[in-house]
Design a binder for this molecule. Structure first.
Ligand SMILES: [Cu+2]
Length: 506
């Protein structure tokens, strides 16, 4: 768009001067027009580069193909960088000098004059600012500053050549006979202004990039932290709808620039939307033995906060309670359970229990994943220290490929209730029942999977003498386990391996 507009302006002014004013030669003597040609060619170059880039991206499997420029000789690359630097410094300089030294009421005396002056003496600064703020061009190096001054000096020489060959000064203040001692002041002043504009431009680009990095980091942070709160389809829908505004040729260029900003905008939007609802986590908080309710929060070490553990190497993975401190006082109840009994574990969104008005109770339906139960013998089921215990899996509900449902889907269908059996052959004694949900909605990378678990304090009676194989917590899980780092959205899951040991009882 900018490329088209600047080219049109350039041609119209040139043709106007040639046909109406019969002064086409003079066109190339004005610094304004020269910088205008610079802007025009720079944006055309960028447009072509981007077009090639986009075409290559479409036709190749590489995600970041080359710009044609990257294969050109170094001298062209250097020239492109120099041109880019003039784009961010000269137009602003031109605008300042023009309006400060040269502009007269005559500027707006004709329609043509008004339009051409706005096009080349105001909009040029806008294009320049766009190059600084709207694109991801790197900031110019300091070594470019002398080049900029040299080019200005060359232009000064050209101005006097113009005087010698065409008999006029492009800018009246360059005439030594009228400006006298002020001339040196003007020239030095312009050089200083050039340095300031260059430094400002460099600073602006630096700040923009820094801000971009900060925003991107923030976005990643938000995405990781709140991914389960964000409705993925909403992101995709919003992004594509916003991108639909980016129609048309030159906007191929814009698209690559704007897409990160658009997704950022939708993230911010979604984040503000999602902050209206509370976290959609969950807590195992009540146990039934052979259908008999053992009481709310009774005999279970429950935290007040319903958030997950995500570090598989943390001791918090054993029975929670570290980063999510236990609700006080911790229950001292030890629940008697006959070996072989059927038990039901009940989960709810918060410690308040069942809430039919809460769509995220017992757990938000996005939190797909397996539900698992482990037992570990322990000298005293109420003892504080839970490290070093030997755990064995007694039950699991992973993924059923036939109807694409997860253990969590069945847990939700059963209003937070999960029923399984205590093995009948294990030795009598005190045990901890570690009952767990692994939510995989954000598990594409580790850490990402969310581990929700609480431990119930049991006195198992009866039983036998079977000593099952055991695992340790932490230790049973690794971030590389296929059941822990997994994309559950695409490709569709066909076969899911529940992490941890095999279980021998079912
Ligand atoms: Cu959650």
């Amino acid at each position: 768009m900018i490329a088209l507009y600047t080219l049109a302006t350039l041609l119209v002014i040139l043709i106007w001067q040639a046909t109406i004013l019969h002064d086409a030669d003079g066109y190339f003597s004005y610094f304004t027009e020269l910088t205008h040609i610079g802007i025009c060619s720079y944006y055309w170059a960028s447009f072509t580069q981007t077009l090639f880039y986009a075409l290559r991206q479409r036709h190749s499997i590489e995600r970041t193909p080359e710009y044609p420029l990257q294969r050109w000789p170094r001298i062209f690359q250097l020239l492109h960088v120099m041109l880019g630097t003039t784009i961010i410094s000269y137009p602003i300089l031109v605008t300042i000098v023009f309006w400060a030294l040269l502009a007269s009421p005559a500027v707006f005396s004709t329609k043509f004059g008004t339009w051409s002056n706005i096009s080349i003496h105001v909009l040029n600064t806008a294009w320049s600012l766009f190059e600084m703020i709207g694109t991801n061009s790197p900031p110019p190096r300091w070594s470019m500053l002398p080049c900029m001054i040299i080019i200005l000096a060359l232009y000064l020489a050209l101005a006097y050549v113009t005087h010698a060959t065409q008999g006029f000064y492009p800018y009246s203040f360059l005439n030594p006979s009228t400006s006298h001692s002020l001339l040196a002041g003007y020239i030095i002043g312009i050089a200083v202004a050039a340095c300031i504009v260059f430094t400002l431009g460099k600073t602006i680009i630096h700040c923009c990039r820094l801000m971009g990095i900060v925003l991107r980091t923030l976005k990643c942070h938000l995405l990781n932290k709140r991914r389960h709160e964000l409705n993925r389809e909403l992101i995709v829908g919003l992004t594509s709808r916003l991108q639909a505004f980016n129609l048309g040729g030159n906007l191929v260029y814009f698209k690559s620039i704007m897409t990160p900003k658009i997704s950022l905008a939708s993230c911010v939007l979604l984040f503000s939307l999602s902050s209206f609802k509370t976290f959609a986590h969950t807590i195992f908080q009540e146990l039934y033995v052979n259908g008999v309710d053992q009481g709310h929060l009774n005999g279970i070490r429950v935290p007040d906060y319903d958030g997950p553990i995500t570090d598989v190497t943390s001791n918090d993975l054993i029975c929670n309670g570290g980063i999510n401190p236990y609700h006080q006082p911790i229950s001292q109840t030890i629940i008697p359970v006959p070996a072989g009994a059927q038990v039901t574990a009940e989960w709810h969104h918060t410690l308040d229990g069942y809430d039919p008005t809460d769509p995220a109770d017992p757990i938000d339906s996005s939190h797909k994943g397996p539900v698992i139960s482990y037992l570990a013998a322990i000298p005293n089921a109420t003892q504080t220290d839970v490290t070093g215990l030997k755990w064995f899996k007694i039950w699991e509900d992973g993924y059923i490929a036939a109807n694409q449902t997860w253990g969590v889907d069945r847990l939700i269908a059963n209003k937070g209730n999960v029923t399984f059996n205590i093995p009948s052959c294990i030795p009598a004694g005190q045990y901890l029942l570690r009952h767990e949900i692994i939510a995989l909605h954000a598990a594409t990378t580790y850490p990402g999977a969310q581990f929700y678990m609480e431990c119930a304090q049991l006195q198992i009676t009866g039983g036998g003498s079977t000593q099952p194989e055991t695992v340790s917590f932490p230790g049973a899980y690794a971030g590389t386990d296929p059941g822990i780092t997994i994309n559950i959205y695409y490709p569709p899951v066909t076969n899911y391996t529940v992490p941890g040991s095999h279980y021998e009882f079912f």
